[in-house]
Write a protein that binds this ligand. Structure first.
Ligand code: GLU
Length: 265
Protein backbone atom coordinates (compact mmCIF):
# COMPACT_ATOMS: atom_id res chain seq x y z
CA UNK A 1 0.00 0.00 0.00
CA UNK A 2 1.03 3.57 -0.68
CA UNK A 3 2.83 5.43 2.09
CA UNK A 4 0.90 8.69 2.34
CA UNK A 5 2.50 9.59 5.66
CA UNK A 6 5.75 10.74 4.04
CA UNK A 7 4.16 12.91 1.37
CA UNK A 8 5.17 16.48 1.94
CA UNK A 9 3.84 18.86 -0.71
CA UNK A 10 0.08 18.55 -0.78
CA UNK A 11 -2.53 20.29 -2.92
CA UNK A 12 -5.94 20.30 -1.23
CA UNK A 13 -8.97 21.12 -3.36
CA UNK A 14 -11.98 22.45 -1.52
CA UNK A 15 -15.25 22.45 -3.45
CA UNK A 16 -18.16 24.84 -3.13
CA UNK A 17 -20.26 22.01 -1.70
CA UNK A 18 -17.74 21.74 1.16
CA UNK A 19 -17.43 25.49 1.83
CA UNK A 20 -20.97 26.81 1.41
CA UNK A 21 -24.39 25.85 2.72
CA UNK A 22 -26.29 24.13 -0.08
CA UNK A 23 -29.54 25.95 0.54
CA UNK A 24 -28.29 29.55 0.76
CA UNK A 25 -24.86 29.56 -0.89
CA UNK A 26 -23.58 31.36 2.21
CA UNK A 27 -20.36 30.40 3.93
CA UNK A 28 -20.41 27.26 6.06
CA UNK A 29 -18.47 28.93 8.87
CA UNK A 30 -18.20 25.91 11.15
CA UNK A 31 -16.91 23.67 8.34
CA UNK A 32 -14.46 26.26 7.10
CA UNK A 33 -13.07 26.93 10.58
CA UNK A 34 -12.59 23.23 11.09
CA UNK A 35 -10.83 22.79 7.74
CA UNK A 36 -8.56 25.77 8.34
CA UNK A 37 -7.63 24.44 11.78
CA UNK A 38 -6.66 21.00 10.44
CA UNK A 39 -4.79 22.46 7.44
CA UNK A 40 -2.94 24.86 9.76
CA UNK A 41 -1.96 21.98 12.00
CA UNK A 42 -0.71 19.92 9.04
CA UNK A 43 1.24 22.98 7.89
CA UNK A 44 2.74 23.31 11.39
CA UNK A 45 3.65 19.62 11.27
CA UNK A 46 5.81 20.32 8.19
CA UNK A 47 3.48 19.65 5.28
CA UNK A 48 3.62 22.16 2.43
CA UNK A 49 -0.02 22.97 1.81
CA UNK A 50 -1.42 24.57 -1.34
CA UNK A 51 -5.18 25.14 -1.38
CA UNK A 52 -7.29 25.23 -4.53
CA UNK A 53 -10.55 26.76 -3.43
CA UNK A 54 -13.84 27.07 -5.25
CA UNK A 55 -16.67 29.04 -3.74
CA UNK A 56 -16.27 32.42 -5.43
CA UNK A 57 -19.44 32.11 -7.48
CA UNK A 58 -21.33 30.28 -4.73
CA UNK A 59 -20.46 32.84 -2.05
CA UNK A 60 -21.18 35.69 -4.49
CA UNK A 61 -24.63 34.21 -5.07
CA UNK A 62 -25.20 34.18 -1.32
CA UNK A 63 -23.80 37.65 -0.73
CA UNK A 64 -25.75 39.24 -3.59
CA UNK A 65 -28.91 37.54 -2.35
CA UNK A 66 -29.53 35.78 -5.68
CA UNK A 67 -31.90 32.85 -5.50
CA UNK A 68 -29.71 30.54 -7.56
CA UNK A 69 -26.47 30.37 -9.49
CA UNK A 70 -26.99 32.56 -12.58
CA UNK A 71 -26.79 31.04 -16.05
CA UNK A 72 -25.29 33.91 -18.04
CA UNK A 73 -21.57 34.65 -18.10
CA UNK A 74 -21.59 38.34 -16.96
CA UNK A 75 -23.74 37.50 -13.90
CA UNK A 76 -21.54 34.51 -13.02
CA UNK A 77 -18.47 36.70 -13.34
CA UNK A 78 -20.04 39.44 -11.20
CA UNK A 79 -20.92 36.86 -8.55
CA UNK A 80 -17.36 35.48 -8.69
CA UNK A 81 -15.87 38.98 -8.29
CA UNK A 82 -17.94 39.56 -5.16
CA UNK A 83 -17.49 36.05 -3.77
CA UNK A 84 -13.71 35.85 -4.34
CA UNK A 85 -13.29 38.86 -2.03
CA UNK A 86 -15.27 37.27 0.74
CA UNK A 87 -13.48 33.97 0.23
CA UNK A 88 -10.00 35.47 0.57
CA UNK A 89 -11.03 37.75 3.42
CA UNK A 90 -12.27 34.70 5.28
CA UNK A 91 -9.18 32.57 4.60
CA UNK A 92 -6.89 35.44 5.58
CA UNK A 93 -8.80 35.94 8.81
CA UNK A 94 -9.09 32.25 9.72
CA UNK A 95 -5.50 31.22 8.86
CA UNK A 96 -4.33 34.44 10.52
CA UNK A 97 -5.63 33.10 13.84
CA UNK A 98 -2.87 30.47 13.61
CA UNK A 99 -0.31 33.07 12.46
CA UNK A 100 -0.26 31.60 8.96
CA UNK A 101 -0.01 33.92 5.97
CA UNK A 102 -1.99 33.16 2.84
CA UNK A 103 -1.61 34.39 -0.73
CA UNK A 104 -4.10 34.59 -3.56
CA UNK A 105 -3.23 33.14 -6.96
CA UNK A 106 -5.82 33.46 -9.73
CA UNK A 107 -5.07 31.47 -12.87
CA UNK A 108 -6.46 31.11 -16.37
CA UNK A 109 -5.86 28.41 -18.92
CA UNK A 110 -3.98 30.89 -21.13
CA UNK A 111 -1.51 31.72 -18.35
CA UNK A 112 -0.88 28.09 -17.57
CA UNK A 113 -0.40 27.17 -21.22
CA UNK A 114 1.96 29.93 -22.32
CA UNK A 115 5.46 30.93 -21.30
CA UNK A 116 4.18 32.76 -18.21
CA UNK A 117 3.69 29.31 -16.67
CA UNK A 118 7.29 29.49 -15.44
CA UNK A 119 6.52 32.76 -13.57
CA UNK A 120 3.64 31.05 -11.81
CA UNK A 121 5.86 28.08 -10.88
CA UNK A 122 8.48 30.45 -9.46
CA UNK A 123 5.84 32.30 -7.43
CA UNK A 124 4.56 29.04 -5.95
CA UNK A 125 8.10 27.97 -5.01
CA UNK A 126 8.86 31.32 -3.41
CA UNK A 127 5.62 31.45 -1.42
CA UNK A 128 6.06 27.87 -0.19
CA UNK A 129 9.67 28.57 0.82
CA UNK A 130 8.38 31.57 2.80
CA UNK A 131 5.93 29.35 4.71
CA UNK A 132 2.92 30.92 3.01
CA UNK A 133 -0.16 28.91 2.02
CA UNK A 134 -1.08 29.79 -1.60
CA UNK A 135 -4.83 29.80 -2.23
CA UNK A 136 -5.67 29.27 -5.87
CA UNK A 137 -8.82 29.76 -7.90
CA UNK A 138 -9.54 30.25 -11.55
CA UNK A 139 -9.68 33.94 -12.48
CA UNK A 140 -13.40 33.67 -13.11
CA UNK A 141 -13.89 37.33 -13.99
CA UNK A 142 -11.68 37.08 -17.07
CA UNK A 143 -11.86 33.38 -17.91
CA UNK A 144 -14.71 32.99 -20.36
CA UNK A 145 -15.06 30.11 -22.80
CA UNK A 146 -15.57 32.44 -25.77
CA UNK A 147 -11.90 33.33 -25.43
CA UNK A 148 -10.91 29.73 -24.68
CA UNK A 149 -9.38 30.91 -21.46
CA UNK A 150 -11.52 28.81 -19.25
CA UNK A 151 -10.69 25.63 -17.40
CA UNK A 152 -14.23 25.85 -16.08
CA UNK A 153 -14.00 23.70 -12.99
CA UNK A 154 -11.59 23.45 -10.14
CA UNK A 155 -11.13 19.67 -10.09
CA UNK A 156 -9.03 19.80 -13.26
CA UNK A 157 -7.49 23.09 -12.13
CA UNK A 158 -6.33 21.45 -8.89
CA UNK A 159 -4.56 18.71 -10.87
CA UNK A 160 -2.89 21.31 -13.10
CA UNK A 161 -1.81 23.19 -9.96
CA UNK A 162 -0.45 19.96 -8.45
CA UNK A 163 1.69 19.58 -11.59
CA UNK A 164 2.75 23.24 -11.54
CA UNK A 165 3.99 23.09 -7.98
CA UNK A 166 5.44 19.57 -8.24
CA UNK A 167 3.18 18.26 -5.51
CA UNK A 168 3.52 14.80 -3.97
CA UNK A 169 -0.22 14.39 -3.63
CA UNK A 170 -3.57 15.90 -4.58
CA UNK A 171 -6.48 15.66 -2.16
CA UNK A 172 -9.93 16.49 -3.50
CA UNK A 173 -12.38 17.12 -0.69
CA UNK A 174 -15.94 16.69 -1.84
CA UNK A 175 -19.49 16.08 -0.58
CA UNK A 176 -19.15 12.40 -1.45
CA UNK A 177 -16.98 9.75 0.24
CA UNK A 178 -15.20 8.75 -2.97
CA UNK A 179 -15.87 6.87 -6.20
CA UNK A 180 -18.68 4.32 -5.96
CA UNK A 181 -19.39 1.27 -8.11
CA UNK A 182 -22.66 3.03 -9.10
CA UNK A 183 -24.43 6.27 -8.10
CA UNK A 184 -24.99 5.96 -4.31
CA UNK A 185 -27.81 8.53 -4.49
CA UNK A 186 -29.76 6.07 -6.63
CA UNK A 187 -28.39 2.62 -5.83
CA UNK A 188 -28.40 1.39 -2.18
CA UNK A 189 -25.98 -1.40 -3.15
CA UNK A 190 -23.35 1.04 -4.46
CA UNK A 191 -19.92 0.22 -3.01
CA UNK A 192 -17.03 2.57 -2.36
CA UNK A 193 -13.97 1.74 -4.49
CA UNK A 194 -10.94 2.19 -2.19
CA UNK A 195 -8.14 2.10 -4.79
CA UNK A 196 -7.95 2.75 -8.54
CA UNK A 197 -4.71 1.80 -10.24
CA UNK A 198 -5.85 2.38 -13.81
CA UNK A 199 -8.45 4.80 -15.12
CA UNK A 200 -10.06 2.65 -17.80
CA UNK A 201 -13.41 2.85 -19.61
CA UNK A 202 -15.21 1.14 -16.75
CA UNK A 203 -14.05 3.80 -14.26
CA UNK A 204 -15.06 6.58 -16.67
CA UNK A 205 -18.48 4.96 -17.10
CA UNK A 206 -19.28 4.73 -13.41
CA UNK A 207 -18.11 8.31 -12.82
CA UNK A 208 -21.19 9.60 -14.69
CA UNK A 209 -22.01 13.33 -14.79
CA UNK A 210 -23.86 15.83 -12.55
CA UNK A 211 -22.39 17.90 -9.71
CA UNK A 212 -24.02 20.01 -6.99
CA UNK A 213 -26.30 23.02 -7.51
CA UNK A 214 -23.71 25.66 -6.56
CA UNK A 215 -20.48 24.03 -7.73
CA UNK A 216 -19.51 22.98 -11.22
CA UNK A 217 -17.84 19.58 -11.28
CA UNK A 218 -19.21 16.09 -10.59
CA UNK A 219 -17.38 12.76 -10.44
CA UNK A 220 -16.45 13.01 -14.14
CA UNK A 221 -14.30 16.12 -13.60
CA UNK A 222 -12.64 14.40 -10.62
CA UNK A 223 -11.71 11.45 -12.81
CA UNK A 224 -10.28 13.92 -15.32
CA UNK A 225 -8.25 15.45 -12.49
CA UNK A 226 -7.03 11.98 -11.48
CA UNK A 227 -5.86 11.35 -15.04
CA UNK A 228 -3.90 14.63 -15.19
CA UNK A 229 -2.36 14.05 -11.74
CA UNK A 230 -1.60 10.36 -12.19
CA UNK A 231 -0.01 10.90 -15.59
CA UNK A 232 2.28 13.44 -13.95
CA UNK A 233 3.23 10.84 -11.32
CA UNK A 234 1.09 12.43 -8.60
CA UNK A 235 -1.22 10.27 -6.46
CA UNK A 236 -4.70 11.62 -5.85
CA UNK A 237 -7.44 10.94 -3.34
CA UNK A 238 -11.11 11.88 -3.32
CA UNK A 239 -12.53 12.00 0.19
CA UNK A 240 -15.44 13.60 2.02
CA UNK A 241 -14.80 17.15 3.24
CA UNK A 242 -17.49 17.03 5.89
CA UNK A 243 -15.11 15.57 8.45
CA UNK A 244 -11.74 17.41 8.13
CA UNK A 245 -10.29 15.33 11.04
CA UNK A 246 -10.05 12.45 8.56
CA UNK A 247 -7.12 14.29 6.98
CA UNK A 248 -5.09 13.40 10.07
CA UNK A 249 -6.01 9.75 9.56
CA UNK A 250 -4.97 9.95 5.92
CA UNK A 251 -1.45 10.94 6.97
CA UNK A 252 -1.40 8.06 9.41
CA UNK A 253 -2.08 5.79 6.44
CA UNK A 254 -5.73 5.10 7.42
CA UNK A 255 -7.81 3.89 4.53
CA UNK A 256 -10.30 6.55 3.49
CA UNK A 257 -11.97 7.73 0.27
CA UNK A 258 -10.79 6.57 -3.14
CA UNK A 259 -7.08 6.61 -3.86
CA UNK A 260 -5.91 6.96 -7.47
CA UNK A 261 -2.38 5.65 -7.65
CA UNK A 262 -0.09 7.25 -10.24
CA UNK A 263 0.88 5.11 -13.18
CA UNK A 264 4.07 3.16 -12.86
CA UNK A 265 3.80 2.74 -9.05
N1 GLU B 1 -14.01 28.89 -9.89
C1 GLU B 1 -15.36 28.61 -9.46
C2 GLU B 1 -15.67 29.36 -8.17
O1 GLU B 1 -14.81 29.67 -7.42
C3 GLU B 1 -15.58 27.17 -9.12
C4 GLU B 1 -15.53 26.18 -10.20
C5 GLU B 1 -15.95 24.83 -9.62
O2 GLU B 1 -17.00 24.75 -8.96
O3 GLU B 1 -15.22 23.86 -9.80
O4 GLU B 1 -16.78 29.60 -7.87
Amino acid sequence: MLNIKDKKRIVVKLGTSTLAHHKTGKLNIRRMRHLVRVLSDLHNAGKEIIVVSSGAIGLGVGKLGLREKPGDTPSKQAAAAVGQCELMYTYDDMFGKYSITVAQILLTKAIIENERRKNVENTFEKLISMGVIPIVNENDTVAIDELELEIGENDSLSAVVAKLCHADMLIILSDIDGLYSSDPRKDPDAKLIPVVTEIDEHIEDIAGGAGSSLGTGGMATKINAAKIANEAGIDMIIMNGKDPEKLYGLFENDETGTLFIASGK
